[in-house]
Design a protein around this ligand. Structure first.
Ligand SMILES: Cc1cc2nc3c(=O)[nH]c(=O)nc-3n(C[C@H](O)[C@H](O)[C@H](O)COP(=O)(O)OP(=O)(O)OC[C@H]3O[C@@H](n4cnc5c(N)ncnc54)[C@H](O)[C@@H]3O)c2cc1C
Length: 376
């Protein structure tokens, strides 16, 4: 293969572009936004995400610019610790790395530019015409191109997925997340999660000086829109449930509605196989998971690594894509399914319902995160 089109310049799209340039394939990204405007909170990277980033040459830089931390302390609202979450640190990787989304995006963007990835901003595909030896693509500005394959990395609402496989819509799971960035709290020696009756709150390091908070709540089955002028007061009131100092200090510091990132949680599974002809789907476009295991971006980056490895091995396009599916499907579904189960249990708790017999969130998290340590 010589020339590949990647639709979407998010974490998955840029990762696959980097991986392809490293095996000397021309990689062109079309990104619908005219400029990248990545919101100012952080992302959790477990050891498997760092391993995948390392494979494309940016793992150490992510650790350098981020904030490595240990296992997450799981606590009751007043601070009593009830468990630990996340992989134990290994010789090579910390248990976690917290990093601002913008910094991670910048690291990928810088590496991609160094390797000669072509970015075409403010653009997307209009039509895809699959031929036996490639895909003829027209773009919305009327320009055209011919590519060996097209990679759909355009996120949960993927236009390319819907064009090629028919319309599929994300499913709202009944939970929402509120996020807010802060100066790092003096008590933050690792990641923390506090489990309340109506919500769950997490504090995650982003850099040596910064952290972000996430709050998971159930805002209603009808997925209500929260007006901007209510964001600050509603986020503050979620924190009342948590007497622990870090949460009380955060409550005082939540002041700017523009910094509140409120988002209903959605999931999507594209049925297998995630390819048709010469179009292949990766990341959230194929398997958007709710963030209960903090692993969606990790999966997108792993997809990118595996797809490029299978392309490098060579063979027919259908064999390459089958090999990609074989290595990715079960692993991604394991995370999507476990995350949704954790989300269902959280929702039941927030609604005051009793959990199904045998429900054990700590065990499910431990099992799934443990399994992610296996080679990809
Ligand atoms: C609240 C929340 C918290 C999360 N926390 C974590 C975490 O801690 N750790 C973790 O690993 N994961 C986390 N995730 C998941 C993670 O954000 C996603 O899995 C990851 O961003 C997916 O990357 P992607 O490249 O597939 O898609 P995206 O990041 O969605 O990128 C898609 C790109 O395609 C572009 N695009 C869209 N449509 C088009 C089009 N038609 N044409 C061209 N371009 C287009 C978009 O502008 C975007 O740049 C979280 C998700 C949520 C919702």
């Amino acid at each position: 293969m010589k020339k590949i089109l990647i639709v979407g310049g998010g974490l998955g799209g840029q990762s696959v572009a980097i991986a392809l340039r490293k095996i000397n394939i021309e990689a062109e990204i079309v990104e619908i936004n005219t400029s990248f405007n990545v919101y100012g909170v952080g992302i959790i990277q477990q050891a498997n995400a760092l391993r995948a980033l390392d494979t494309i040459g940016v793992g150490q830089e992510a650790i350098r610019r981020g904030s490595p931390y240990g296992q997450v302390k799981m606590c009751l609202p007043h601070g009593h610790q009830i468990g630990l979450a996340g992989p134990p640190p290994s010789e090579k990787y910390p248990s976690h790395n917290g990093i601002s989304r913008k910094l991670l995006h910048d690291i990928l963007f810088e590496e991609a530019n160094k390797l000669g990835v072509i970015y075409r901003m403010g653009l997307t595909v209009a039509t895809l015409d699959q031929k036996s030896d490639g895909v003829q693509v027209t773009f919305i500005d009327g320009s055209e191109g011919f590519y060996d394959i097209v990679v759909a990395a355009d996120g949960i609402n993927s236009k390319v997925r819907n064009m090629v496989f028919g319309e599929s819509k994300p499913r709202y799971v009944g939970l929402s997340v509120w996020r807010y960035p802060f100066k790092r709290h003096e008590d933050l020696d690792t990641g923390y999660m506090y489990f309340g009756k109506k919500s769950k709150v997490g504090f995650i390091p982003m850099t040596a000086d910064t952290m972000y908070m996430f709050v998971v709540t159930a805002e209603g089955e009808d997925n209500p829109i929260i007006p901007e002028n209510e964001l600050v007061s509603r986020l503050k009131s979620c924190l009342k449930e948590y007497p622990v100092k870090i949460a009380q200090d955060a409550m005082e510091q939540v002041t700017d509605a523009k910094l509140v990132n409120y988002r209903p949680l959605e999931a999507l599974r594209l049925h297998a196989p995630w390819h048709k002809g010469r179009v292949v789907v990766l990341g959230d476009a194929a398997h958007a998971t709710i963030p209960q295991l903090g692993s969606g971006a990790a999966l997108a980056i792993e997809d990118a690594v595996v797809l490029a490895e299978e392309i490098q091995k060579g063979g027919d396009v259908s064999d390459i894509f089958d090999a990609y599916m074989k290595r990715r499907f079960d692993r991604c579904m394991m995370v999507v399914n476990a995350s949704e189960t954790l989300g269902e249990w959280e929702l039941m708790e927030f609604q005051g319902k009793s959990l199904p017999e045998g429900a054990n969130a700590g065990a499910l998290m431990g099992r799934t995160i443990g399994a992610l340590a296996a080679p990809i």
